[in-house]
Design a protein around this ligand. Structure first.
Ligand code: ADP
Ligand code: MG
Length: 637
């Protein structure tokens, strides 16, 4: 008897489900795609318990005959392609013919479907891949697919499901993606009976973006458009520099109507914004690409969210060019092209690499007002007894030209601080280069440290009995503030500062899900928020120490950072994440001159924190060059 066996059909389906059905949101994605492929103009999605208990998608598409309804659950059953050539010209969202079979093998399914021509609808019930019932039923043209108890028969997978709000977050993202890709279709999403998305057919993508993201964001979106005949056409929107995020979650790419995650496109966008946004900040973009079917392969991964471009370099160039011209037609100065031959071989000056944002923004008249008002400091900002160093108020700053908002200052010579999200955590010792050593807490003492001055307005130079010390002023201050924000929370001394004008913010459906989860935490830390109708909120107050300007971006950044997938569920880690965002925002930046008093203050406060030698992201704060190494370097030992 051979040792190799052909697997039973249902087991094969469950294996396929491993790739296709990662979580409830992937079920929603597959069923939504089927509805859109069936020509639906109205799709509604209901979920319960984050999709674990129930996912129901109803559409008004072409429906299925009884015969098709039964075939649909067979493995490799599809109406969308029939021969090898079709693979080269896929114009539907689905084509693999495995989604329904896979989903049916790991859940309990009820299908209700009717075509225009049939008098009766068909009802099909399947449990764990076994057909239980086929009967007549009634409904109008279209299809309703109900998926209950996802992964009920695959306990290993069930364990991988995350909290209800995490799964809801992903489901809302999926529906958002499709709503953006198809403005002509109406979409509804409800979770446990509560509606979170409800968009009627829109005239165009701009109107749809307005329905999803609200007016605030839309005002800063610039139209993107580009073309390279025979290769690709680009349309969409991208944000002006004032609108920025700390993650790439707000970047939506669609290739021939399909939402994709793609490195080529992401890098094109980054390139388009080079020198416009500081390192670690990302734009909000909705970009649609249309390519001839043979220019792009969509059959790359079972989940169909990856594509392969035949001429990726041209696609990247077209997208980067389109983004650049969107920015410059919005009045923003951009960096030269590095992809095309024009840019090659040319030495860039420091100014080309990094255009300070104040300059950039001031070219755009409509942004002036927002910058202008943010310069005003409301009287209630307290500087005494505060760990925030606000040079505008404290008058400690050396150079009057630096009297701009912290937030808009981009460093010319040095990289701005890495963000916690993209920062590789390394041990302080590893990151210090050979000669200097990072410092152990046991060998520093505030009493013996003398501050001498600053290196490049970024590092405090100090000495103690062991040698020379370099202190990174931004991370040192970040550590001081991080401890303070955490402590403040734990002893519940809430100090906030009110915004002069409450700031309205429109959240995306998935951002709202996160906000609701962490609202209590934010309020304890000094935020005051009002939830308006739908997904609109107003920001009324922020923690006392953070700069008032950019309060809106700060909140959005916190929400972006609380990515439900990477976050531990522990309360502590949410608090730490928020404290780290606040600290990073409020800390003095590099390239900022400090007075002697301020340097002294910084060192004294740093040394009484919980961990003076590492920042909240694990970077070293202090480097030391010992007397011994100095002597050795000068051949004196
Ligand atoms: P694929 O979408 O790759 O063809 P699926 O397993 O997702 O494979 O679906 C199998 C078939 O079932 C589809 O090709 C389509 O003919 C039919 N089908 C699925 N959902 C619907 C729907 N909502 N309306 C009409 N037909 C549907
Ligand atoms: Mg499908």
């Amino acid at each position: 008897m051979p040792k190799i066996k052909i697997l039973p059909e249902n087991l094969a389906n469950q294996i396929a489900a491993g790739e296709v059905v990662e979580r409830p949101a992937s079920v929603v994605k597959e069923i939504l795609e089927n509805s859109l492929d069936a020509g639906a103009k109205r799709v509604s999605v209901d979920v319960e318990l984050g999709g674990r208990r129930l996912i129901r998608v109803s559409d008004d598409g072409e429906g299925m005959t009884r015969e098709d309804a039964l075939l649909a659950f067979e493995r490799h059953a599809t109406s969308k392609i029939s021969k090898a050539d079709d693979l080269a010209a896929i114009h539907s969202l689905g084509f693999r013919g495995e989604a329904l079979a896979s989903i049916a093998s790991v859940s309990r399914i009820e299908l209700l479907t009717k075509t225009e021509a049939d008098a009766d609808a068909t009802r099909v019930v399947i449990e764990g891949g076994r057909m239980e019932e086929v009967s007549d039923a009634g409904r109008a043209r279209g299809t309703t697919l109900t998926v209950r108890d996802l992964f009920f028969n695959t306990p290993a997978r069930r364990k991988f499901m995350r909290s209800e709000s995490t799964e809801n977050f992903h489901i809302a993202s999926v529906v958002t993606h499709y709503a953006l890709s198809r403005p002509d279709v109406s979409f509804e999403l409800s979770s446990n009976g509560r509606q979170s998305i409800n968009v009627s057919p829109a005239a165009d993508i701009r109107e749809r973006a307005f329905q999803i993201f609200g007016r605030n964001l839309l005002e800063s979106l610039l139209p993107v458009s580009g073309d390279r005949s025979g290769v690709c056409k680009v349309e969409g929107f991208t944000s002006a520099p004032r609108e920025r995020r700390s993650s790439k979650d707000s970047q939506y790419f669609f290739v021939n109507g399909r939402f994709v995650r793609d490195k080529v496109l992401a890098s094109a966008l980054t390139e388009g914004y080079r020198a416009v946004l500081p390192h670690g900040s990302h734009p909000v973009s909705v970009i649609f690409l249309e390519l001839p079917y043979d220019e792009v392969d969509v059959n790359v991964h079972p989940a169909k969210t990856e594509v392969r471009f035949r001429r990726g370099d041209i696609v990247r160039e077209v997208v980067a060019d389109a983004v650049r011209s969107a920015l410059s037609s919005g009045g923003v100065r951009t960096a030269p092209d590095i992809f095309s031959s024009r840019g090659l071989g040319k030495e860039e000056s420091a100014d080309d690499r990094m255009v300070p944002e104040q300059e950039v923004i001031r070219l755009v008249p409509e942004f002036r007002s927002s910058i202008g008002t943010s310069d005003v400091n409301p009287p209630e900002v307290q500087i005494e007894d505060s760990d925030v160093f606000d040079p505008r108020v404290a008058g400690l700053i050396a150079d009057p030209l630096e009297e701009t908002t912290h937030e808009n200052t981009i460093d010319r010579q040095l990289d701005p601080e890495p963000r916690s999200t993209d920062y590789r955590v390394m041990s302080p010792v590893d990151s210090a280069f050979k000669l200097t050593k990072s410092v152990e807490i046991s060998d520093v003492s505030s009493r013996t440290i003398d501050t001498l001055g600053q290196l490049h307005n970024s590092f405090i130079i100090a000495v103690d009995e062991h040698g020379l010390l370099l202190i990174d002023q931004h991370v040192a201050h970040e550590r001081i503030l991080f401890d303070k924000f955490r402590r403040r929370e734990s002893i519940k001394v809430i100090k906030s500062q009110r915004l002069l004008m409450p700031e309205p913010i429109d959240l995306s459906p998935s951002q709202l899900i996160i906000l609701e989860e962490v609202l209590g935490e934010l309020e304890q830390m000094g935020f005051e928020l009002g939830i308006m109708s739908g997904r609109s909120i107003v920001l009324k107050a922020v923690p006392a120490d953070v700069p008032l300007d950019g309060a809106r971006n700060l909140l959005l950044e916190i929400l972006d950072r609380l990515d439900p997938d990477t976050r531990k569920s522990a309360h502590d880690s949410i608090r730490d994440d928020i404290a780290a965002s606040l600290a990073c925002r409020a800390a003095v930046k590099i390239n900022m001159p400090l007075t002697q008093e301020k340097m002294r203050w910084m060192v004294d406060r740093l040394l009484v924190t919980s961990s003076p030698t590492t920042c909240p992201h694990g970077r070293p704060v202090i480097l030391r060059l010992t007397m011994k190494d100095i002597e050795r370097g000068f051949h004196r030992s």
